[in-house]
Design a protein around this ligand. Structure first.
Ligand SMILES: O=C(O)C1CCN(c2ccc(-c3cc(CO)ccc3Cl)cn2)CC1
Length: 320
């Protein structure tokens, strides 16, 4: 069997923070943020942690399907902002919905996480599993340095996911998952220092998100374009929509130009959510399904592409 996406869902915390509201607590402006990133507002958690957002997504996926939680074989959560290192967010979701037959783990690949996790879920089904949840969820707001206007304005909180089920035909028809650890320090978050009665003075890195914006921007436009082109050449079929990580609208402009595809095919919603890291692609997919741009089961060809910390970048060609 092969993995097929049969349901989508998403959930964002209720509180909306506009660019103007950010301008009241730090030295920035709506004009700067919108012109440089395309972001107008973002949802920020006030009480809910990453597992709470992911549980909402899991509950909606089950409600939309005809399955009970006990029918699920696996739950994979892609996140760079888990509630705990252990237990995994996936286990917290499993316990909350009662999916007692599901194996569970979190996957850490930053903004490529959902694409990596979808590929791993497909492997689970190709080797005998029947159905599972693939969720991208983040409360990035808790790892941000809110005194750093160059990063605090870019991100938002949210979760999205899919139900992946066994199908006769192949739906993930091409993939390319890459990483480059030599550029790992360009985008870091959540450092925990060695500390015990025997430690000597070591490097004290910030636990907050830190990003070399220019380097990541250039990486996205160069390496990601190369990967998308490679997958497109392998597929050699008309792509209906490109669902890329929602980091920055200017980057989508540049990538669309470089792969020589109409910008209209590059779906976009960072205007309303900011950069939700591993959640950005599944939220975008769920909105495309809700607006009927995408109809599951209609054989539409999409490219999913995530890129970010690690550095990681991953592209799948999917028939929906
Ligand atoms: O125009 C400017 O001065 C700045 C220039 C720098 N910008 C950036 C740079 C990188 C990212 C980014 C972040 C992640 C992390 O999820 C992943 C992928 C990307 Cl491409 C987002 N924005 C903002 C506007």
């Amino acid at each position: 069997s092969f993995g097929q996406i049969t349901q989508t869902a998403s959930f964002v915390p209720e509180k909306v923070v506009t660019n103007d509201q950010l301008a009241q607590i730090m030295d920035t402006s709506d004009e700067w943020i919108q012109s440089r990133t395309g972001i107008k507002k973002r949802h920020i958690a006030t009480t809910q942690n990453t597992s709470d957002l992911c549980i909402k997504v899991a509950e909606t996926l089950l409600k939309k399907s005809e399955y009970a939680a006990a029918d699920l074989d696996f739950i994979i959560v892609a996140t760079m902002s888990p509630d705990y290192n252990s237990p995994s967010v996936a286990c917290l979701v499993q316990g909350a919905i009662g999916a007692n037959h599901a194996m569970c783990f979190d996957l850490s690949a930053a903004c490529s996480g959902f694409v990596y996790a979808l590929s791993m879920g497909d492997k689970m089904i190709r080797t005998g599993s029947k159905k599972g949840l693939i969720i991208g969820g983040e409360v990035i707001s808790k790892v941000l340095d809110w005194t750093d206007r160059t990063t605090a304005v870019l991100f938002g909180d949210g979760a999205g996911g899919v139900l992946l089920e066994a199908a006769e035909k192949e739906h993930i028809t091409a993939e390319n998952l890459q990483a480059d650890g030599t550029r790992a320090m360009s985008l870091t978050s959540g450092f925990t220092a060695v500390n015990n009665p025997y430690t000597e003075d070591g490097t004290k890195q910030s636990p907050y998100l830190s990003m070399e914006g220019r380097e990541i921007f250039d990486f996205a436009v160069r390496d990601v374009v190369q990967q998308i082109k490679k997958v497109m050449d392998e597929q050699n079929k008309e792509i209906d929509y490109f669902l890329l990580h929602q980091a920055n609208a200017r980057i989508l402009d540049k990538i669309a130009k470089k792969v020589n595809v109409s910008r209209a095919k590059f779906l976009q919603n960072m205007d309303s959510y900011g950069n939700t890291s591993a959640a950005s692609i599944p939220i975008l997919l769920d909105e495309a399904v809700a607006s009927k741009k995408i109809v599951l089961g209609n054989q539409q060809n999409v490219i999913l592409s995530g890129f970010g910390g690690g550095l990681t970048w991953a592209t799948l060609s999917v028939v929906l």
